[in-house]
Structure formats: C-alpha cells, structure tokens
Write a new protein. Sequence first.
Length: 435
Amino acid sequence: MIRTVDLRGVHLDKAGYQGALPRAEFDITQALALIEPILHRVQHGKESDLIALAEEFDGVRPPSIRVPEKAIDDALSALDPKIRTALEVSIERIRKVHKDQIRTDKVTTVVDGGTVTERWVPVDRVGLYVPGGRAVYPSSVLMNVIPAQIAKVGSIAVASPPQKEFGGLPHPTILAACALLGVREVYAVGGAQAIALFAYGVSDLCEKCDLVTGPGNIYVAAAKRALRGVIGIDSEAGPTEIAILADESALAHEVAADLISQAEHDVIAAAVLVTPSEKLATDVQEILKVRVLKTKHSERIKAALSGVQSAIVLVDDIKHGLDVVNAYAAEHLEIQTSNAREDAKLIRNAGAVFIGGFSPVSLGDYSAGSNHVLPTGGCACHSSGLSVQSFLRGLHFIEYSEAAFLDIAQTVITLANSEDLPAHGEAMSARLEKA
C-alpha cells in the first residue's frame, strides 16, 4: 500500500534528504506548452472564446461567463442550513485569525527632519481562483476572499469552473460561499483560461487584475508561471501533501486516518509518515490496508499512497526526524510526539504545522482559522501561505527637511561618484547652488 524508506543510520544534508523523499512527478514544462495557445486565445479573444473553451474542457456551454447575481443569491437561498452554519462558523474563525495580520504604518525618524514612512497599501484588484475538479471547495472561497477583504482590496473577482450538472454555472455551494462573503463578481471559467482572463482582462466582460491567488491543477500552476509579471501570483501550487512526524505515543489509527485524508485529494497527493517507531510504522501499514478499502474514494487514495511520492520513513530518533521533515518542507506537517509543542518549535520549513493529536490537517482545511492555501513541493523553504500580507504592498514615503538634506548631501555625492554615477551626485549638489 505504501512503501518504506529506511533512513536509520543515514544522515544527509538537506538536498540529500530531499532526494531520498521524491515528490509526485509534476511536469509543468509540458503543461506550459499545452496551455500556450489557450493563453493566446484568451488574450486576443472575447467572451465567446471563453464559452468555447468551457465547452471543450468542461463539457458544458455556459449561457454567460459572468455569473448572474440572481444565481449567486439563489444558491445561498437553497443552501443546506447545516452547511451554511458550518461555513459561517468557519468564516468567523478565519476572520479572527486574519484580522491579527493587519499591518500598521510605521514612521522612522532617521534624523531630525528626515523620516521614512512604510505604508501598507492593498493591491487594487485581485482575481481569486477556486478549483472545481474532483471535489467542491467552498472552503477555498473563504481562504482567498477573507484575507483580501481584511487587506481592504477594493475590487475582488472569483472564478470557478462551470459544471455540466448545474447548467454551466460553478457549483452552487461555491456560489453560496461567495454570497455569504458579499462577493458579487463571479465567473464560470476554469483552468488556464481563468488565469488568463484575470491577467489580460476581456473587453466588456472582466477588468484586468493585478494579482491572482488560489490553488488549482497543473494547468493553473503552469498559467501562473507563464503569466507571472503580467500579473502577480501567490504561488504555483502543486499536488497537496502531508507529512507526519510521530513517535510511539501516537495512535496508529489516527495517523492512518490523517494520511488518508490528504491522499483523498488526488492520485498524486503525497502522504509521508516519519517515525523512529517500527511498531507504529507496522501498525499504520496494517490499518491502511483495512481503512482505505472502506473509504468512498478508495481507488484514488490507494493510488496516492502507493505512488512514489508517499512513504513511511524510518529514522533513528525524533531529532533525526526533525532534520528530515525540515528538509522535506511539507505543505502540511503534523507533529504527533510526546513533546509535540517543544518539537514544533524546531520546525523551520512547513506551510502549516499542526501540533498534537487533536490538531489534524482537516481542522486547518476548514475551521481552525488558519489559511489552507499553502506552499507545496518544498516551496515552504522560502514561501509562506496565503495571508492578509499577500494582498498588501509596503510603500516607502521619504521626506527630508532642508537641514536634514544638507547634513547627508556630501555622503550621497561621495557614494554616487564612487559608483561612477556623477549625475546622481549632481542632483544633490544642484540643491546646494544658489538660484
């Protein structure tokens, strides 16, 4: 069901551990070539081209790409009350966490009469992508929209693939989530063409955006890479992944359930258990054999767990395991050890860290209050998950008085001349000349 990698007695550098724990094959180069004509078509096309692309890739011809506001309202009216309550509880928690991410302006007095102010300014307009392939993700609406709203982005648009069973509209639960958050601009478009729509805009349909965020499949990731620079992006999200660092104190049935939970997303999802306990490893193996067969998406889960991207990794001890998981830099990392809170303090590289037996990844996917749009594929070594900060830019405002200018002028002139940029110095000395 899931392979074993024995790293006991093997101590490698970061790159070595990364090589020992390969991830799913994710050939974005090939995807780039496939989406190039789509991007060109959207850039130079109109709404009819997007409708034709929906028919080609989604198997349905939407009556319009812009979702009518009545459809958004109707979706909320028809929403199961239990789902609505669950979404509202999650919205409250996500807002609570993300409100604490608000940045405040900071004025630094460099010298008397000389200040630099850092002011946090939201991007003008964002396009938020919500996938709609094997599953329905109203939670991704929440995770994208709420931090953008808290950042005070003035214009927010959402795109999600049209669904054949809903007459070419996005899934009604996604529309209902938009309604709950007050989002009225929604587009029935998916894949690379959705990213292109936001990047280029389409006349009389959708205004160009400044930034695109949200998870998606390999074609969405490829479009983000291709259009980076035309538009800002959050990240190139790859297949989802979970790593669990656990010792003999962990409960095997909980560890197995958590591995299965992320394998449920996709056949190339990664599930990795790192443990010094042979007994835990064996027990998890045996439980997986039984539990996977009882789940709804057993074939998909079995494919993910048996893929090269998934493994049970045996290590010497928890210290050794910490080196392994820090090198792996998982999107989601669970710490299920006897000293989980202290061990978690030693984590440097992860999208999000879930501490203890009662903090499973599923909690963060929906209702912990944290964000589930996280870096994948080892990108947690250098990137963060989606936050209010993702939608803000730090602008510096510089203001010097005449006295403060005169105090530093010669320093600037000296440095400008040292770089053989005399005109820079002359822009300073011109202010020393009498008119």
